[in-house]
Write a protein that binds this ligand. Structure first.
Ligand code: TTP
Ligand code: MG
Length: 363
């Protein structure tokens, strides 16, 4: 039961390398382009933009062939260092929402936001906020899938590409999976699909009504996996490096506030919540956390976000107030719609201070 209650987001950038090139060179924006090696050196296409896809150009295609399909195709040499750098920035945005991140490649990652309290705990709102921030901060678009398990989130992120989101709630899961073509299931490649088609199997629904033993006999171990997926089951946890880097809490306000005093009024409550989360984390890792930085966050009513974070290893309520004063100066008359506190964690094993003043546990 716990497993089906998970909230997984899969984020996948749209035509990633090509999007970076179009952003950095407006002359490439409305013409078909591909990233790849040149045709005279038997190069292949890494990816291409959506105008090029209309001509049938695809990843892993020989550049020479792509040019036959689309003679006007502009082939751009890739800049891996730039893509890797953008990827880092994207992961930093993810890390503002959860520590449970499993990157699959430079442009793709799973996020487990089951226990995230951002955006009121709504995975859909978190996914939308991440997409908005990627667009605003990096000038790139991403698509997202939200679902109770990994493979459905991954399939969903492809549903409304580019620049789209698809949410599959637990109630919608069964129906979505039932109609899913088997080609969409990660792990089902060309050869497996041919085999499945020979057995008359095209959709998850077909697999459901096929004898389990026969699927297993035909496909071996993958047969069991396919059987589970066809029933909407995917219990894989995210594969993440477990070390947590920060702990944060925030509160979205129902009405904008406008004064520093009003902002400060939220601190005791937020701090109590932060303490609670720190305690929980300490229990989970079996030792007290060590604080490296203290930080605050404000979101203004034009959705601009500001953070102030300084190295400060003694966790103090008064220090959050000082940081808040610094952040508040940037409001410049704008209303405030979100207030947050966070700490950065040191990555060693000694224990430290806590608890704090401002005890208030009536959350
Ligand atoms: P993808 O996410 O598969 O493709 P994409 O982001 O270009 O397009 P989409 O909008 O469909 O998600 O891969 C991400 C990046 O990985 C892509 O920009 C280039 C690189 N890549 C290769 O170098 N070779 C390949 O065969 C594929 C599939 C991707
Ligand atoms: Mg992509």
């Amino acid at each position: 039961m716990r497993v089906s209650m998970r909230k997984i987001i899969h984020v996948d950038m749209d035509c990633f390398y090509a999007a970076v090139e179009m952003r950095d060179n407006p002359a490439l924006q409305n013409i078909p382009i591909a990233i790849g090696g040149s045709s005279d050196r038997r190069g292949v296409i890494s990816t291409c933009n959506y105008p090029a896809r209309k001509f049938g150009v695809r990843s892993a295609m020989a550049t020479a062939y792509a040019l036959k399909l689309c003679p006007d195709l502009t082939v751009v040499k890739g800049r891996m260092d730039v893509y890797a750098n953008e990827s880092q920035k994207i992961r930093k945005i993810f890390a503002d929402y959860t520590d449970l991140i499993e990157p699959l490649s430079l442009d793709e990652a799973y996020l487990d936001v089951t226990d995230s309290q951002f955006c009121g705990g709504s995975a859909t709102l978190i996914a939308e906020e991440i997409r908005t921030r990627i667009q605003q901060e990096l000038g790139l678009t991403a698509s997202a899938g939200v679902a109770p398990c990994k493979f459905v989130a991954k399939v969903a992120s492809d549903e409304n590409k580019p620049d789209g989101i698809c949410v599959i709630t637990p109630a919608e899961l069964d129906d979505f999976v039932r109609r899913m073509p088997l080609t969409k299931i990660p792990g089902v490649g060309k050869v497996t699909m041919q085999k499945l088609q020979r057995l008359g199997l095209n959709t998850c629904d077909d697999v459901r009504s096929y004898p389990f033993e026969r699927i297993q006999k035909e496909l071996g171990k993958f047969g069991s996996v396919l059987w589970e997926r066809a029933h909407g089951i995917d219990e894989r946890e995210l594969s993440v490096s477990r070390e947590r880097k920060s702990i944060g809490v925030e509160r979205t306000l129902s009405d904008d506030i406008h004064t520093l005093d009003e902002v400060k009024d939220f601190l005791p409550h937020l701090l109590a919540k932060l303490n609670e989360r720190i305690d929980n984390h300490s229990k989970r890792i079996g030792k007290q956390v060590r604080v490296r930085t203290q930080g605050v966050k404000l979101k203004f009513n034009d959705f601009q976000l500001t953070t102030v974070e300084h190295r400060h290893s003694k966790l103090e309520a008064g220090y959050f107030e000082t940081l808040m004063e610094e952040a508040f100066e940037r409001a410049k008359g704008r209303g405030i719609r979100l207030v947050g506190l966070h700490i950065g964690l040191a990555s060693n094993h000694t224990s430290l201070q806590l608890p704090l003043p401002f005890e208030d546990n009536n959350d």
